[in-house]
Design a protein around this ligand. Structure first.
Ligand SMILES: *Cc1c(COP(=O)(O)O)cnc(C)c1O
Length: 402
């Protein structure tokens, strides 16, 4: 049925308004806060200056002078855009330079940059696996892994979060089921809980069962391992993980994702990775800024030391106040409150008092596990963090959370 002139106008999307009304009734409807100015440790959102505990800008590189300068120089030299997809005319010498730097940084044969970490995961998983294959995935893996797995049409089996015994059970059950190939895939650091995958056990099991291994190090890139090389470096597993994904959008401070691994893997993705074949490559400014960020990580890891100092201080502070911070071991510290609506109200009260920690509810986290998520950065001062702890204490008590 369509609306006819003069007739009753039909709204084919009316169901969306109903859904939205439902979100509002549940207290979980959100529109994003708007950042005015730079993504800093203190920043102005919705017209209010707050201590910013919501960005992934772990090292403060989004505004680093070396990155700004590299981006500006690249625009002057190469222009604003790349003008094509990678496989047609959109591979620039800058892209190749970044990839060579990343391969060296990650100690792999080769690397390939995607438009984002999301497309790197989804594009890689869907390219290398097919309907005859099995994907064994941690229960809390990132949405981009899940989407890639679905696109691949492979059978997907989920193992309990960070549970090697559960993984072993799935792998044993799959034996003799006639799958062509098996991929075992996990986040290195889990984005909502900040815990770290038991990578040595996961890798050992995957190898024992002849499976391909893939680690998504989005939240470990620039955060864990020597100079921020990620969890594979942290656990000294170089050469034992077939596919490493990293992001350039979080600690690296710019935008993009990459896959690091064997030359065959990279050359295959250049033939079959759909985001590489069908979506335009990064503009020069993005790529040049990423190269400048890798320079910084290699030359001066002191920012990473600052990040971890701040992490220890703030996490301990939240725990001492009696908040439930879950199993976090990284700069991501959730403050788990339970119901979605409560998490949103908590976040709003914190914001009104000058602290921005985003409320996160279902479907991003399981029902009953809603939280505000905090991420400290190297750019926070002790005073920023002390202030944030005071606000958490005051609002937490006022709302009966502690
Ligand atoms: C953020 C994130 C991604 C996506 O990275 P982008 O570069 O932002 O697209 C992928 N995996 C995990 C685990 C993430 O946290």
């Amino acid at each position: 049925m369509t609306g006819s002139p003069g007739g009753t106008k039909m709204d084919a999307l009316a169901f969306l308004a109903d859904e939205l009304a439902q979100f509002k009734a549940e207290g979980v409807f959100r529109l994003p806060r708007v950042l005015e100015g730079e993504q800093g440790a203190r920043a102005v959102f919705d017209g209010r200056e707050v201590v910013n505990l919501s960005s992934n800008n772990y090292l403060g590189l989004t505004t680093h002078p070396k990155l700004r300068e590299a981006a500006i120089r690249a625009i002057e030299k190469y222009g604003a855009g790349s003008g094509a997809v990678r496989t047609i005319a959109g591979t620039m010498s800058l892209h190749r330079e970044l990839e060579e730097r990343l391969a060296r940084f990650k100690k792999t044969e080769a690397a390939l940059v995607f438009q984002s970490g999301f497309t790197a995961n989804a594009g890689t998983v869907s390219a290398i696996l097919g309907k005859e294959d099995l994907i064994v995935s941690d229960q809390l893996n990132h949405a981009s892994i899940i989407d890639g797995a679905r696109l691949s049409k492979a059978t997907i089996k989920v193992y309990p979060h960070c549970d090697p015994a559960g993984l072993q059970k799935v792998l044993e059950e799959a034996q003799g089921q006639g799958y062509r190939r098996t991929l075992v895939i996990t986040d290195g650091v889990f984005s909502m809980d900040g815990d770290v995958a038991p990578l040595p056990e996961v890798v050992r099991l995957a190898r024992e069962f002849g499976a391909i291994t893939m680690v998504d190090d989005a939240h470990a890139s620039g955060v864990m391992g020597r100079n921020g090389r990620g969890t594979v470096d942290h656990f000294d597993l170089h050469g034992q993980v077939d596919i490493q994904v990293g992001t350039l959008s979080k600690a690296v401070g710019v935008l993009g994702g990459y896959v690091a691994g064997s030359r065959a893997l990279i050359e295959y993705l250049l033939q079959r990775g759909r985001p590489i074949l069908f979506s335009t490559s990064h503009p020069p400014a993005v790529t040049a800024a990423c190269i400048a960020a890798i320079d910084l990580l290699e030359q001066d890891p002191s920012l990473i030391d600052r990040l971890w100092e701040n992490t220890r201080f703030f996490k301990q502070g939240l725990r001492d106040l009696g908040f439930d911070t879950g199993p976090s071991e990284t700069p991501i510290t959730p403050v788990i409150v339970g119901e979605g609506a409560l998490a949103m109200r908590f976040s709003d009260r914190l914001f009104a008092e000058g602290v921005f920690a985003q409320g996160i509810a279902y479907p991003t986290v399981p029902k009953g596990k809603a939280r505000v998520r905090t991420i400290v950065t190297a750019g926070h001062t002790k005073e920023d963090l002390q202030f944030a702890l005071e606000v958490f204490a005051r609002v937490g008590r006022e709302m009966g959370i502690i």
